[in-house]
Write a protein that binds this ligand. Structure first.
Ligand code: THU
Length: 130
């Protein structure tokens, strides 16, 4: 993965708001317009109201008028490989083709790359509603 996406996701990690889980997460989305949109998990004292980093990044992208993701990076603070949760795989697939790369990163850098279609095979997509 290119350094700009890696830098973006690592920089964002510092802004995660995860006082309850203690598990900061950041996401960076490269969009078709060439911009990178970042987001972090934002937890809440009412636990179910928290949102994932990927969801925050998607909101930033859509609010900017963009709806096409061409590359995805996520970063967690733990030692394990972090891939998007099930709900976020579905949210990402709304705006990203199955072929889009998902890079799992950590504070130290890139760890492993996946393909969104492998993380969410045979997905339900907007095409089903046409
Ligand atoms: N989290 C994300 O932000 N993205 C994921 O894909 C996995 C989980 C967050 C949600 C919660 O704030 C914390 O990680 C622990 O589950």
């Amino acid at each position: 993965m290119d350094a700009d996406l890696l830098d973006a996701v690592r920089d964002a990690l510092a802004y995660a708001y995860a006082p309850y889980s203690g598990f900061p997460v950041a996401a960076a989305l490269r969009a078709a317009n060439g911009k990178i949109y970042t987001g972090v998990n934002v937890e809440n004292a009412s636990y179910p109201e928290g949102v994932c980093a990927e969801t925050s990044a998607i909101s930033a992208m859509v609010t900017d008028g963009e709806r096409s993701i061409v590359e995805i990076a996520v970063a967690g603070s733990g030692d394990d490989i972090l891939t998007p949760c099930g709900g976020c795989r579905q949210r990402l697939r709304e705006f990203a083709r199955a072929e889009v790369a998902v890079h799992a990163c950590g504070p130290e850098g890139w760890r492993q790359s996946f393909v969104l279609g492998d993380l969410l095979p045979n997905a339900f997509t907007p095409a089903h509603l046409k």
